[in-house]
Design a protein around this ligand. Structure first.
Ligand SMILES: [Zn+2]
Length: 359
């Protein structure tokens, strides 16, 4: 739910001027604000350029006037159909590992003002919202989960021109985002993140370089099994492939990444790499087999709908007393996946977790 309480943190994404909250019932007294009368519901208005930013479906639409060249598949309508974004479960599997590292690296505190940069459906912001004073979540695509819409101040925003005032945030995090951006856009996002952070503010990132995993040879058997199952139609990666088709992976190595942060006024405090040795077996083999089995029993017009339905059936079952039959094995699998970081976190790999500080 967008609340006017977060207004002091926000600004016009185009000129950084203050915003004013307008209820749908605020009378239109100034003829210069004609744009206003066309807006049905609550909205925010820039006190300088008078742009009206609508608030709807639980989020504020704060896109800048400037249009950028590169965009993401996620912002197109297709994204809403293919992504399984409406429900929010508990953090499990990869999401649990990422959430654990986020907490271990960023260490949320009660007074923190935090932004989830490129929040997707808002799950990480939602899971951690009660640990901090304010949890903002922003994404270019409006595929927010229902519970995130109900409880978080959501912003539809371009990460290259954030509608957030300078030096207002203690912490920012960005999970599964940078790999979708070009080099120029990463530079813009880093500049924007630096602008909105307080001095000494911290930024946590999970993304990918193009580096080969150190333990790639250990992963070969799992990859062979996955290919074999895939050919036989026993596992399906349509949704994963769609997501990966949006990957740019502009940054090739960890050295390049580090240089990029340093060039934009950040210093690296901590890093861990993810060699997905156990993760590959669990997510690409066992979970995919399970998904396939449950999807065949689920209703839906096509395979994708059946998969989304099967996943949401499992999440629904987990809310009931019978949920243990899913929760226990998934929790164990998540803990096993975490071992990839505990055991091999120092060995270089493409996927990385990094914590940087604004200098
Ligand atoms: Zn403005």
């Amino acid at each position: 739910m967008f609340s006017s309480k977060v207004l002091p943190l926000l600004c016009c994404p185009t000129d950084h001027a203050a915003l004013e909250f307008r209820h749908a019932t605020t009378p239109n007294v100034n003829p210069e604000q004609m744009a206003w009368s066309r807006v049905g519901g609550d909205a925010l208005m820039c006190t300088q350029c008078a742009t009206v930013y609508t608030i709807r479906d639980g989020y504020a639409e704060l896109l800048p006037r400037a249009e950028y060249e590169h965009t993401t598949l996620y912002a197109e309508d297709e994204g809403g159909h293919i992504l399984d974004y409406r429900d929010l479960g508990r953090p499990l599997l990869s999401a649990q590992v990422k959430n654990n590292l986020l907490n271990e690296f960023l260490r949320f505190e009660k007074n923190d003002v935090v932004l989830d940069l490129g929040c997707g459906n808002g799950k990480f912001a939602y899971w951690n919202r009660d640990k901090v004073a304010t949890m903002l979540a922003a994404d270019l695509a409006p595929w927010f989960a229902d519970r995130a819409r109900a409880e978080l101040p959501l912003l539809r925003a371009d990460l290259r021109a954030l509608p957030v005032r300078a030096a207002t945030l203690d912490k920012v995090f960005s999970i599964d985002v940078l790999e979708h951006l070009t080099r120029d856009d990463i530079a813009r996002v880093l500049d924007e993140t630096r602008r909105v952070l307080k001095p000494g503010g911290r930024f946590f990132v999970f993304s990918n370089t193009r580096e080969k995993q150190t333990l790639a040879p250990l992963m070969a058997p799992q990859q062979a099994v996955t290919r074999w199952l895939s050919k036989r139609g026993a596992v399906d990666f349509t949704r994963d492939d769609w997501r990966k088709s949006d990957h740019v992976k502009a940054i090739r190595t960890y050295e390049e990444l580090r240089a990029m942060f340093e060039g934009h006024g950040f210093v690296v405090k901590r890093v861990a790499f993810w060699n997905g040795v156990l993760q590959g077996w669990i997510e690409n083999v066992f979970m995919k087999l399970g998904e396939n089995y449950l999807s065949q029993k689920a209703r839906g017009e096509n395979k994708l709908e059946q998969q989304v339905r099967a996943r949401s059936n499992v999440r629904a079952a987990m809310q009931t007393t019978r949920g243990g039959k899913y929760i226990v094995p998934l929790e164990i699998a998540s803990k096993v996946m975490q071992l990839d970081i505990t055991l091999f976190g120092n060995l270089r790999a493409g996927p990385y977790f990094v914590l940087v500080e604004k200098q």
